[in-house]
Design a protein around this ligand. Structure first.
Ligand SMILES: [Zn+2]
Ligand SMILES: [Zn+2]
Length: 278
C-alpha cells in the first residue's frame, strides 16, 4: 500500500511553486519533487503487475513539461501567482464573466472558441487572461503565449530587421496553440499594423487555433446596433455599454469580423479595481 504523500507547505502538493524571473512570471518544480520521490529522478517507475514488472514514464516528466510551458508563456511578472481562484469579483456582472472564463479554461479543448474581454482599464481583464494561461499550461499542459499588442508589433518588426521573412516572423505567434493578445485596438493603427494583425488573425483562424483577447476599446454589440436610438444616450455611455472608442474602427472590418468568429465577447463593467477600496 502506498502511503499518502506528505503535505508540502511550500507548494501545497501542486508540485510547482511560482518564482518570477525578471519582468516575467515563472514557476519551478518544488523541492519536494526534486529529486522525484517516485522515480528518484530516473523518469521511469517500475510497478509490479500480476507478478511481472512493468516500467512506465513517471508523472514528474509531465510536471517538468508543464512548468516549462508556463515559463514559455510570457505572462507578465505582476500576474505571477494570480490564478482564476484568486480573482475577486466585485459584483454579479464580474462574477458572471469569471464563471464563463473558468468554464472555458476547464472545458478546453472541447471548445476552441476563445473569448474577448472588453471594458474600461482596471476591470481585471489582464488578470483573467493570465490566469487562463496559468490554468491551461500548468493544469492541462497546453502551449500558450501572452503578448501585449505593442510588444507583438515590436517583436515582429525586430524580426523583420533581422531579415527574417514575414512568414517566419509571425510563426511563433501564429502557431502557438493558445495565444492571448492583451490590449488589442491599442497602437497607432498604421497600415502596417493593421495588415500584420490581419495576417496573424487570418493564419490562426484558418488553423482553428484558439485566441483570447482583451481590449479597453468599446465594442458595438449587435443588439445595440439594432437599436441605434440608444446611441448618444449619456447614461448608456456612462455604463460603458456603447462604443466610445470602437474596436472595429480601430482594427478594421476584416480583423474585427475574424475576431467575432474566433471569440465570444464578455463585457467587464466595474470600478477600477486598482484603486484601493475602503
Ligand atoms: Zn512541494
Ligand atoms: Zn519521477
Amino acid at each position: 500500500m502506498i502511503a499518502p504523500a506528505p503535505t508540502c507547505a511550500r507548494c501545497l502538493d501542486r508540485g510547482h511553486v511560482f518564482a518570477a524571473r525578471g519582468d516575467r512570471a515563472a514557476a519551478e518544480v518544488c523541492l519536494c519533487r526534486s529529486p522525484c520521490p517516485l522515480c528518484g529522478g530516473s523518469g521511469r517507475v517500475v510497478r509490479d503487475r500480476d507478478g511481472a514488472l512493468h516500467a512506465s514514464p513517471c508523472s514528474c516528466r509531465d510536471l517538468a513539461r508543464r512548468v516549462a510551458l508556463y515559463n514559455a508563456a510570457g505572462v507578465p511578472r505582476h500576474f505571477c501567482e494570480k490564478g482564476l481562484s484568486t480573482f475577486r469579483a466585485y459584483d454579479a456582472g464580474q462574477a458572471d464573466v469569471l464563471a464563463r472564463v473558468q468554464g472555458f479554461a476547464q472545458s478546453y479543448p472541447l471548445s476552441r472558441k476563445g473569448f474577448c474581454l472588453w471594458g474600461k482599464p482596471g476591470t481585471g481583464k489582464t488578470h483573467l487572461l493570465c490566469a487562463t494561461l496559468q490554468h491551461l499550461t500548468l493544469e492541462k499542459g497546453v502551449a500558450c503565449r501572452f503578448v501585449e499588442i505593442s510588444f507583438l508589433f515590436s517583436e515582429i518588426k525586430e524580426a523583420f530587421n533581422r531579415n527574417v521573412s514575414a512568414l517566419a516572423a509571425l510563426a511563433p505567434l501564429a502557431d502557438v496553440e493558445v495565444l492571448a493578445i492583451d490590449e488589442i485596438g491599442k497602437g497607432r493603427g498604421t497600415e502596417w499594423e493593421l495588415a500584420t494583425l490581419d495576417e496573424l488573425l487570418g493564419r490562426r483562424y484558418n488553423a482553428d487555433r484558439t485566441t483570447l483577447f482583451s481590449t479597453n476599446c468599446g465594442v458595438s454589440l449587435r443588439a445595440e446596433r439594432a437599436a441605434p436610438a440608444g446611441f448618444g444616450d449619456p447614461a448608456a455611455l456612462a455604463r460603458g455599454q456603447l462604443a466610445e472608442d470602437d474596436l472595429q474602427r480601430r482594427i478594421g472590418d476584416r480583423s474585427f469580423s475574424r475576431m467575432a468568429e474566433m471569440a465570444v465577447f464578455h463585457h467587464l463593467v466595474a470600478d477600477d479595481r486598482r484603486i484601493p477600496r475602503f
